[in-house]
Design a protein around this ligand. Structure first.
Ligand code: GTP
Ligand code: MG
Length: 570
C-alpha cells in the first residue's frame, strides 16, 4: 500500500543544477520541525492577548493558527478519484487526520491535515521516488505527493469536491435576481465570492510548501500570505500574494550583540537594501523555477518598484507573487483586515463594489491605468468614514488608541495602530446596506476629484498635493499616491458609472420587477441589474432618447437624492 504514494518528481532542466541546494532542501524537512514548532508556540503565547472578548482575533493570531495547520498538511494529487473511506483509512496509518477535503484543478487533489507533523514525516517516508528511465530527474521530497491508482483504494465517482473558483457573473446575476431585497442581494454576493475555509487552508498550504523551498537557503524564514488572500476581502480565484519574512529569524536585528559567539555574517556584493532583496528573490526564483514541484511559468520581475517572483502554482490553480522586504504591504493588509472585522457592512460593501467594478471593466487583473482593487477598497473605507455618524474610525484615531505593543515604524513611516478590538468603540450608525450602496454611488458621482485627495488617515478629503487625476493618499507612506497609475479616462469612466448606477438602483428600487409573468428566469433587478453592463448602457440610451442631456438628468437626480437623504437624517 505504501507504494501507492509517490513524491513529486522533477525534470532537470539544466545539467549544472544546484545539487548542493537540493541536499539542503532534502534535510530542512527534518531540521525545521523542532525549531519552527518552538517559534510558533512562542508567537502564539505572545499574542494570546490579541483576542477580543467577542472572539475577534488579530490577523497575526489568525495567521499563526493557519500556518500551524498548513505545516501539518500535505497536498495529494489523486490520479483517479479514490474511495474516500479507503483513502482516509490508508492515511490514518501514518497518523490521526484532523481535516481533509478534495478539490478539482487539472485533476483531483486532496488536502490532508494530520494531527501532528509526525504524520506528514511518516507519509513522506513511506512514499516512493518513482524509478526513472534516464538520469535527468531530481528526487525531491516535498509535501506535494501523488496517489497512483491502485485497486485497493478503488474509484469513487461521486467524490465531494470543494469549489475553488467563484461563480460567473451571469450565474451570480441569476442568483441575485431571485432574492427579495437589495440587502439580501448584497449578502448573497458576499457569500458567493468570499474565500471558503478550504480555499484559505489551501492558500496557507501553498505558502508553507514554498516556505520549504526558501528554508533551504534561509532556515527559519517564514513565507506569509498578504493582500486579499488574508485581508478579508479576497474573492475565490484572487491571486496569492506572499512575503518572504526574514525578520522572524531568531537573533536577527539585535542592536547590541552580547559577548560571546557571533555568527559570521556578511552581505556579498549588496550596496542597498533593494539589491539584497533582488539577490534573495533571484536565488529563490531560480530554485522555484528549477525544483519547485507544481510551479510553472516562473518570472523574476526584479526591476519592478517592488521586486517579485511571479509563477503559477498548478496544483492549486493560484497565480502567485512572492515579494520580500514589503513590510508596508503587510501592515496595509492588517489594517484592511481590522476595518473589515469592525463592522460586517464594511466587507459586504467592499465585495459588492469590487464585483460591480470588475463587471464593468473598471478594475482588471492586467496592470494598467485602471483603478486597483486596493485603491477601490480604500475608497470604500473613506466613504464609510464620511458617513454621519461615521461607520468606521479614521486611521489617526486607531493610532491614538494604540498601546506600546502596537508601535511600528517602517522605513521612517509611522505604521502604528491599535490591534485590540476591545479598545475600539464605534459610533451608532444603523444605515442599511442598500442605503450605503446608493450613497456610495452618489458620493463618488459628485466627489471633487479635480481638487481633492482621499485620505483615510484623517477621514477627510484634503487638497491634492500633486497633479494626478485620482489622488488617494497611501495610508502609511503618506507622501505616495496609491492610485498614481490611474489616468483621466479611467477616472471619468468610474464617475460616469457611479452616476448611471445611482440612477439605475433608484429605478430598480421603485419597480422591483422580480419576474415577468410566464418567464422561467427572474428579471435582473436591484444589484443584479447593476452588474449587467447592458442594463447600464440601456439606461444611457433611454435617457438619450428623452433628448435630455444626461448630465442634467443625473445632476437633478443626485440633487434630489441628496435632499431626500438629508431629510431622512433630520
Ligand atoms: P486582488 O489581488 O486584486 O484581489 O487585491 P489585493 O488587495 O490582494 O491587491 P494586490 O494583489 O494588488 O496587492 C496586495 C496588497 O499589497 C494589497 O492588499 C495592499 O496591502 C498592498 N498594496 C497594493 N498596492 C498598494 C499600493 O499602491 N500601496 C500600498 N501601500 N500597498 C499596496
Ligand atoms: Mg492580491
Amino acid at each position: 500500500m505504501a507504494s501507492s504514494i509517490a513524491v513529486s518528481r522533477l525534470h532537470l532542466r539544466g545539467r549544472t543544477c544546484l545539487l548542493n541546494c537540493l541536499q539542503k532542501v532534502d534535510t530542512f524537512l527534518h531540521r525545521g520541525v523542532g525549531t519552527d514548532a518552538a517559534v510558533a508556540q512562542a508567537q502564539t503565547t505572545e499574542r494570546d492577548g490579541s483576542e477580543a472578548k467577542d472572539g475577534r482575533r488579530s490577523l497575526l493570531a489568525v495567521q499563526d493558527e493557519r500556518r500551524e495547520q498548513a505545516e501539518k498538511s500535505v497536498l495529494i494529487s489523486c490520479q483517479s478519484r479514490p474511495s474516500e473511506k479507503k483513502f482516509l483509512k490508508y492515511l490514518s496509518r501514518h497518523g490521526d487526520v484532523n481535516k481533509y477535503f478534495f478539490y478539482e484543478s487539472y485533476g483531483v487533489y486532496a488536502v490532508v491535515e494530520f494531527a501532528s507533523r509526525d504524520g506528514v514525516a511518516s507519509l513522506i517516508e513511506a512514499a516512493t521516488i518513482p524509478s526513472v528511465s534516464h538520469e535527468s530527474m531530481v528526487p525531491f521530497k516535498s509535501r506535494l505527493l501523488s496517489l497512483r491508482s491502485v485497486d485497493s483504494l478503488n474509484h469513487q465517482s461521486g467524490l465531494p469536491c470543494q469549489p475553488q473558483t467563484s461563480v460567473s457573473i451571469s450565474e451570480l446575476v441569476h442568483r441575485l435576481s431571485s432574492e427579495d431585497s437589495v440587502e439580501q442581494q448584497i449578502t448573497s454576493l458576499t457569500e458567493a465570492f468570499q474565500l471558503t475555509e478550504e480555499n484559505s487552508r489551501l492558500r496557507f498550504l501553498v505558502c508553507s510548501l514554498l516556505n520549504d523551498i526558501a528554508a533551504a537557503y534561509f532556515p527559519e524564514c517564514t513565507i506569509r500570505p498578504f493582500g486579499s488572500s488574508v485581508n478579508g476581502f479576497g474573492k475565490l480565484g484572487c491571486d496569492l500574494d506572499m512575503f518572504l519574512d526574514l525578520d522572524s529569524i531568531s537573533g536577527w536585528n539585535v542592536k547590541q550583540p552580547k559577548a560571546g559567539l557571533l555568527l559570521e555574517y556578511q552581505m556579498k556584493r549588496a550596496n542597498s537594501e533593494r539589491a539584497v532583496t533582488q539577490s534573495i528573490l533571484s536565488v529563490i526564483g531560480e530554485c522555484v523555477d528549477q525544483f519547485g514541484p507544481g510551479c510553472v511559468g516562473v518570472q523574476r520581475i526584479l526591476n519592478a518598484r517592488c521586486p517579485l517572483v511571479r509563477f503559477s502554482h498548478q496544483p492549486s490553480g493560484f497565480q502567485c507573487d512572492l515579494t520580500a522586504n514589503n513590510r508596508v504591504a503587510m501592515i496595509s493588509t492588517e489594517l484592511l483586515y481590522l476595518y473589515g472585522e469592525l463592522d460586517p457592512r464594511v466587507r459586504h460593501l467592499v465585495f459588492t463594489i469590487r464585483c460591480w467594478a470588475r463587471a464593468h471593466g473598471i478594475t482588471s487583473s492586467i496592470p494598467g491605468a485602471w483603478i486597483s482593487n486596493f485603491s477601490l477598497t480604500v475608497m470604500v473605507l473613506f466613504f464609510l468614514q464620511k458617513r454621519n455618524p461615521p461607520i468606521i474610525p479614521t486611521l489617526n484615531h486607531l493610532r491614538d488608541l494604540a498601546g506600546p505593543a502596537d508601535n511600528s515604524v517602517i522605513e521612517g513611516h509611522d505604521c502604528t495602530f491599535v490591534r485590540d478590538f476591545s479598545k475600539i468603540h464605534l459610533q451608532r450608525n444603523s444605515e442599511t446596506l442598500e442605503t450605503l450602496l446608493c450613497e456610495f454611488f452618489v458620493f463618488y458621482a459628485t466627489f471633487p476629484f479635480s481638487r481633492m485627495s482621499i485620505n483615510i488617515r484623517k477621514g477627510k478629503e484634503q487638497n491634492k498635493p500633486e497633479v494626478a487625476p485620482l489622488h488617494i493618499q497611501n495610508p502609511f507612506e503618506t507622501s505616495l499616491n496609491v492610485s498614481k497609475n490611474v489616468n483621466a479616462t479611467q477616472l471619468s469612466r468610474f464617475v460616469a458609472l457611479c452616476q448611471e448606477s445611482s440612477w439605475l438602483i433608484q429605478q430598480s428600487e421603485r419597480n422591483s420587477p422580480k419576474s415577468a409573468a410566464g418567464e422561467s428566469s427572474p428579471t435582473p433587478w436591484g444589484l443584479a441589474a447593476l452588474l449587467l453592463p447592458s442594463q447600464v448602457e440601456g439606461m444611457k440610451s433611454r435617457k438619450k432618447r428623452r433628448r435630455e442631456p444626461v448630465s442634467e438628468t443625473i445632476k437633478s437626480l443626485l440633487e434630489s437624492l441628496k435632499n431626500k437623504n438629508q431629510g431622512k437624517k433630520r
